[in-house]
Design a protein around this ligand. Structure first.
Ligand SMILES: Cc1cc2nc3c(=O)[nH]c(=O)nc-3n(C[C@H](O)[C@H](O)[C@H](O)COP(=O)(O)O)c2cc1C
Ligand code: SF4
Length: 416
């Protein structure tokens, strides 16, 4: 069965080939050293993922500056990090040279954490809840574009196979792209202005790294799910209208994208859309439609990777009107790839619960997989800036979680 599985057919991405179609979604864990270098905990997490033989691992959000960020102990990609990142990449490639490693370059903008950094926003009228963010304009955003390009150059220099130039989940890329960025300025108002941010990053990265083997692409929130969010009709509407999102992915492709990683929602606002949740598991099916829209609008050689697959696990998670065996992660991964809806599937929380899932699935040993229970303790740990891992299956992180509850108390509102 495993040899025939579409999940284990190699995937062409740019000029490279991923050995299978299971992708580890970017998952940040608040465990970098104070200077932004990978710590022993970071090493341990990625060692397991490389031993687990995923086709592609997307390194968690890594920041090219430290003034505006969401996580206190976030990985950074600045000049002083180069030696440590080089060592880190070489170490992982030694464990498993086949797995493709992409770095996710990010900037948090208005959702930076004001406790240890500063929030910046690009809209005159702040989104409710982000009034304390400092309004910035063309000059500052041109600097951010330069930082994204520099981050990608460093990623290339340290041996990463490519970059995910993050445009999703309510971080700065989404803040600029969304219709809510309605005032007319260099990167605001018309769709032409808003998408120029992404175009300038892509053109800059391709010019700075003239190696066609270096993979570039973006994770995008094709529909953010709140008024004025990406994929809505206009600045005041929550009505889904994918016209701009479709044009975005085609534009990225025209400017050199080798892949698009589909996501939806904005975890600080619409968490359950971004991370399909046990309370409303059926919403996860919406991601299939969004994947299909991406697949239909891109050239066959541009890989479409879909998100939101953890909830299916072994078919035991509160869905209705479906047979359990026809609702597993394997079932939907294989079916959606066979049906041409998506080229590869990405797992987020499930990769904490069992980093060895791809290797186990390849051997058809699904019975031994530790299936994510969707308890979301890892999300709570992220919100409270605690080192993140699977609190259910990994004793170290069970202890971290218990200690977090004792010292910081429970999470009042589940928003990242
Ligand atoms: C603790 C945690 C950390 C995350 N970190 C990132 C990140 O660094 N970058 C990103 O794009 N998404 C991040 N996400 C979102 C996941 O990559 C993924 O899109 C989401 O969890 C849905 O997939 P799943 O249902 O398989 O978990 C994170 C999610 C969680 C729970
Ligand atoms: S802590 Fe819960 S939600 Fe997070 S990976 Fe573990 S089982 Fe899944």
């Amino acid at each position: 069965m495993s040899e025939l599985s579409p999940l284990f057919k190699p995937l062409k991405i740019g000029s490279r080939v991923a050995p299978n179609r299971i992708v580890i979604n970017a998952m940040e864990c608040c465990d970098a050293l104070p200077n932004g270098d990978p710590s022993p905990e970071t090493y341990a997490r990625y060692e397991r993922l490389f031993e687990g033989k995923a086709g592609i691992v997307v390194l968690e959000a890594i920041t090219p500056q430290y003034e505006h960020r969401s996580r206190k102990d976030q990985l950074s990609i600045r000049e002083h990090n180069i030696p440590a990142l080089k060592k880190f990449v070489a170490h992982l490639k030694k464990i498993n040279p086949e797995t493709i490693l992409l770095f996710q370059i990010t900037h948090s903008g208005e959702i930076s954490n004001p406790e240890f950094s500063t929030r910046i926003r690009v809209t005159k009228e702040p989104l409710p809840g982000y009034e304390d963010a400092k309004l910035v304009g063309e000059k500052e955003i041109d600097e951010v574009i330069a930082l994204y390009i520099q981050g990608a150059k460093y990623a290339y220099e340290v041996g990463a196979d490519g970059v995910d130039l993050k445009l999703c989940h309510g971080y700065l890329g989404s803040q600029i792209l969304r219709p809510y960025n309605k005032e007319n300025w260099k990167y605001g108002g018309s769709w032409e202005n808003r998408k120029q941010f992404a175009i300038n990053i892509y053109d800059g990265v391709r010019a700075a790294i003239p190696d066609p083997n270096f993979i570039i692409g973006s994770k995008i929130s094709i529909y953010e799910g709140f008024p004025g969010g990406c994929g809505t009709l206009n600045a005041n509407s929550a009505c889904m209208d994918l016209t701009e999102s479709i044009d975005l992915i085609k534009t990225l492709e025209a400017h050199g994208a080798n892949f698009v990683l589909q996501s939806a929602g904005s975890p600080s606002i619409t968490l359950d859309l971004a991370h399909p949740d046990v309370r409303t598991p059926d919403y996860a099916y919406i991601h299939f439609y969004l994947q299909k829209v991406c697949r239909e609008n891109l050239k066959p050689e541009t890989a479409v990777i879909g998100s939101g697959y953890s909830i299916y696990r072994d078919g035991r998670k509160g869905f209705h009107a479906v047979k359990r065996e026809n609702n597993t992660l394997r079932f939907w991964g294989e079916k959606n790839i066979s049906d041409g809806i998506v080229d590869a599937i990405a797992i987020g929380r499930q990769s904490y619960a069992d980093p060895f899932l791809p290797a186990k699935m390849e051997k058809s040993d699904d019975a031994s997989i530790k299936w994510c229970t969707l308890c979301d303790h890892c999300v709570e740990m992220l919100i409270s800036q605690t080192k993140v891992g699977c609190a259910t299956f990994d004793r170290k992180y069970t202890d971290e979680y218990v200690n977090m509850i004792k010292t910081k108390g429970g999470i009042k509102e589940k928003h990242t």
